[in-house]
Structure formats: C-alpha cells, structure tokens
Design a protein around this ligand. Structure first.
Ligand SMILES: [Zn+2]
Ligand SMILES: [Zn+2]
Length: 506
C-alpha cells in the first residue's frame, strides 16, 4: 500500500514539476531578456549616438543625454525581443504536440509540457513588462539624482570660470581675417575634430569627451586646454599659443611704395628685442615669422635689398612681450601693408584692422621728398584718413585718440645733415629753450623739414585730427650698418607708440 502511495506521489510530483519547471524557465528567460536589453543599451553607445548631425563633436554627459536614451532604447527593443522569445516557446509547444500525436505513450507528459509551454510563453510578456518598469524607474531615479548633482557642480564651476575670465579675458582679433575672436575653436589632438564650445557645460564640466575618438579634452585653460591647437572660428586659420593670452596693441604702418616701411619695422623690431632682451618674454608668437624676421635682419646687415611686401591684406607681425613673470603680457600686432594700399582705393575695404589700431607709423622717405616727391606722401596720408573715417569713425568733432608717429626715413643722406643731422639737433638745443632733449629737438627738426618740403598742410591737418602726433627722423636704410645710435633712433618712434598704448613703461 505504502509503495503504491509512493508511486502515486512520484507521478504527481512529475506531473506538477514538468509544467512548473517550464514556467520557471519562461520567467528566467523574460528576466534575462530585460537584463540583456539594458546591457546592450548601456554598452552599445554607438547605437545611442548615431552619426553626429550637430556641429559639436563631443558627447553630452550621460545623465543629460545617453542615460535617457537608454530608456527609449529599452522600450523600443524589449517588446520585439520578448515577442520573438515567446514565439520560440510556442514553436516548442507545437513540436511537443506533434510528439504526443506520433507517440501516444508520451501523451500524459506531453500534455503537461504543452500546458507549461503555453503559460511560459505568455508569462514572459508580464514578467518582462514588470521587470523593465522596475529597471526603468530605478534608472530614471539614479539619472535624476546624478543630473542634479552635476548641475550643482556646474553651478559652482561657472561662477569661478566667470571670475577667472573677467581677470584673464583679453579681446583679440584674428591676425589673418581681423575678425574679433570671442571663442576660438579647439582641435582634438587625436582625431583633429573641431570643438567649438570647449567650456564647462552639459557636454562635460571639467572635460569633454570627443565623439569620434573618445579622447578627453580639458574645458579650462588651467586644466590644460591652452595646450590644445586653436583655430579662428571665422577663417579657421591656426592660432599660435600666445594669441589672446594678453592685451593686444595694434600698430599700422602707413607710407607710399618704397617709403622704407618694411626695412624700418624690421630694424625697429630688432632694436626693440635688443633693448628689452632682459625681459621675461619678448619674441614672435609665430615661428615662421621669427624665421622670416631673422632672414630680413640678415639681409639688411649684408646690404641686400629686402623682398617687398606683396600682400594687400597684411598678416601682422605679432610680438609677445612680458617684462617679468608677474607682470601682464602684451601682444603687439604690427601691420605692414603694401604701399599700393595707399594709392589704390580698391584695397581700402580690406584694411579692417583700422578698427583696433592704437597707433600709426607714418613713414615718409626724406630723399624722395627732397626731390619733389610729396604727392605719394599726400596720397598715403589721405587714404589713411579715409581708413580712419571708415573703420574708426569720427567722434563728434573730437580728435582721434590714436597716436601718430611721423617717421622721416632714410634721413642719413649727406645733403640732409643740415636739416636733420645730430649737429642740427645740438644747434637747436643750444638756441631754443623749448628743445630740452634730443627727442624734442628731433621732433621740431623733423616737423620743420616736412613743412619746408611742401607738407605743411599735412602736418597741420594731422595735428588738427589727432590728439597725439610726434615727428621723428631716423636713419633706417637698407644696407646701413647697425650702430647703437642708429638702432636707438630707429626704435624711438615705435617705443613712443608702445608707451602711448601702455605696452611698455613710459
Ligand atoms: Zn577626437
Ligand atoms: Zn580668422
């Protein structure tokens, strides 16, 4: 009897276990599908971040973008996966049904298995829906808390960054297209992607992750952003590291063709770097320019003629100056346009740097003037005034605040020594009490020289339009040997302009 009962119990256990185990299998399959789909959503980021259509090649922070897309991805993919799985279980049901029909002795077990398979196929939908709901709720909660924490951190970083910018931001235009640059484009060092908004924001607080190469780019200069390559957002020309890292001072050269502008500025820059060589920083921001400058100086020293400037849109020489480690640094932009700019109106509109100009070096060739060449000087002067009117604008009857250094170049001709030479200066200092220094005597002599050679109108007009005008004569000449006296007289006009723009101490 006991044995009979045991057999009955065993048969009952098997009868219950067959459908029960199949249903448990269905539940496990549903849970597995949910976990698998979530895992895919989290790991397969490429599926969540399709080909970028936005300009910024960075990934937004997970809590603000990818994290929420996970939910969309799961809700899109999970029903299809569960449905496919349920169909597989129903296929198994049909196979078992066929087995029961072909082998009648299997029928009792087969019917139980079929019952289990039917329940398991349908229960997968319910279990997957419940589990997904739970996962999504927990995921959304974590994302919300995470996003709030990030916003709080961003709220702390942004005011600090603002204060830093107030202290360290310098207005600067692009040396190549003259457009003001508010935010340069940063270049990813790995894939060269152009990041237009590399700063703390929803793409990342301290770093942005490059979308294509996953490189982490710092968002603040103090974290290493300043070591990244930069481009001008307007013309996409590469900007050297020093540009924008100091207040910029813009000085334009004006003069007719062959007035000696380029040889003057090259010698003046040479004298400047010689005089201030003790400074913490004094050099070109661009290595190519430095090379070009050294070649030009070499040519002048060996008495060879310098190559004339050919560009109508001058790329300025940019000098980075910083007297000591703790003092503010300055970037001096020196624009040397082609002489034709001042005789041909079609080049006028391209001289947009006049918007920023702090000072002008007006070069006048003394030897040409003596032989009756005042017309090109007057043309150059008139075009300069037009440029000021177009780009700087008249200021309600007030004089322009930009400083004008009028430089009489090539003044070392023997026939000019009576008018501009050092002996004439000494004589003036002895005779006239107002000529209290060599510089003052030079100012008076150079002005008198211009007036004596038909430029008295220009001198008067200049003084009525500009608050600060000073006259210089200098012996800069192609092929001249550089003596201390020469170098100093070359430097004086540039030094006066730089001091006026507070780029060097007065
Ligand atoms: Zn990259
Ligand atoms: Zn540019």
């Amino acid at each position: 009897m006991e044995r009979f009962l045991f057999i009955i119990e065993c048969i009952a256990a098997v009868l219950v276990a067959v459908p029960f185990l199949i249903v448990v299998g269905g539940v496990c399959r549903a849970l597995m599908l949910v976990i698998w789909t979530f895992y895919d959503a989290l790991v397969e980021e490429e599926a969540l971040y399709p080909v970028p259509i936005v300009v910024e090649p960075a990934r937004k922070m997970f809590a603000f973008d990818g994290g929420w897309r996970v939910i969309g991805y799961v809700t899109q993919l999970l029903p299809a996966r569960v449905h496919e799985s349920a169909l597989n279980w129903l296929e198994a049901y049909e196979t078992v049904q066929y087995a029961a029909w072909s082998r009648p002795w299997l029928a009792p077990f087969a019917w139980l298995a079929m019952l289990g398979l039917q329940i398991a196929a349908r229960i997968q939908y319910v279990i997957a829906a419940l589990a997904a709901l739970l996962f999504v709720a927990i995921h959304a909660l974590i994302l919300t808390v995470w996003a709030f924490a990030l916003l709080l951190a961003l709220g702390l970083v942004l005011p600090l960054r603002f204060c830093w910018n107030v202290l360290h931001y310098y207005f600067f235009p692009c040396p190549y297209c003259y457009q003001p640059i508010a935010r340069p484009v940063h270049v990813c060092p790995t894939c060269r992607a152009k990041h237009t908004r590399l700063r703390p924001d929803l793409y990342g607080i301290l770093t942005h992750r490059c979308r294509s190469c996953r490189h982490l780019l710092p968002t603040l200069d103090m974290l290493g952003r300043k070591r990244l390559g930069r481009l001008c957002p307007s013309c996409e020309h590469s900007l050297s590291g020093a540009i924008g890292r100091g207040a910029s001072v813009h000085i334009a050269l004006v003069g007719a063709s062959a007035a000696g502008k380029t040889s003057y500025i090259v010698q003046a820059m040479g004298a400047l770097s010689e005089k201030y060589r003790e400074w913490y920083r004094l050099g070109f921001t661009d290595q190519e320019q430095e090379k070009h400058f050294k070649q030009a100086i070499d040519q002048l020293r060996h008495g060879r003629a310098m190559a004339t400037v050919t560009t109508t849109v001058p790329v300025p020489y940019v000098l980075h100056m910083q007297p000591s480690r703790l003092s503010a640094s300055r970037l001096i932009y020196l624009y040397d346009p082609i002489g034709k700019t001042f005789t041909n109106s079609e080049y006028m509109s391209r001289q947009e740097y006049y918007r920023y100009t702090h000072g002008v070096l007006l070069c006048i060739d003394a030897s040409a003037l003596v032989s009756g060449g005042e017309l090109p000087v007057m043309q150059a002067y008139e075009h300069m005034m037009e440029l000021f009117e177009i780009f700087a604008g008249l200021r309600g009857g007030r004089r322009y605040r930009q400083a004008i250094a009028v430089v009489v170049t090539k003044a070392n001709q023997p026939q000019l020594s009576d008018e501009l030479g050092s002996a004439a200066r000494m004589t003036l200092m002895q005779q006239d009490a107002s000529a209290i220094s060599q510089g003052e005597a030079m100012h008076q002599l150079a002005r008198a020289f211009l007036c004596a050679h038909g430029l008295d109108n220009v001198a008067r007009d200049l003084e009525s339009h500009f608050e600060h005008v000073r006259y210089f004569s200098c012996e800069a000449l192609e092929g001249s040997t550089e003596k201390d006296g020469v170098a100093l007289s070359v430097l004086e006009p540039l030094e006066w302009l730089l001091a006026h723009a507070r780029a060097i101490p007065r």
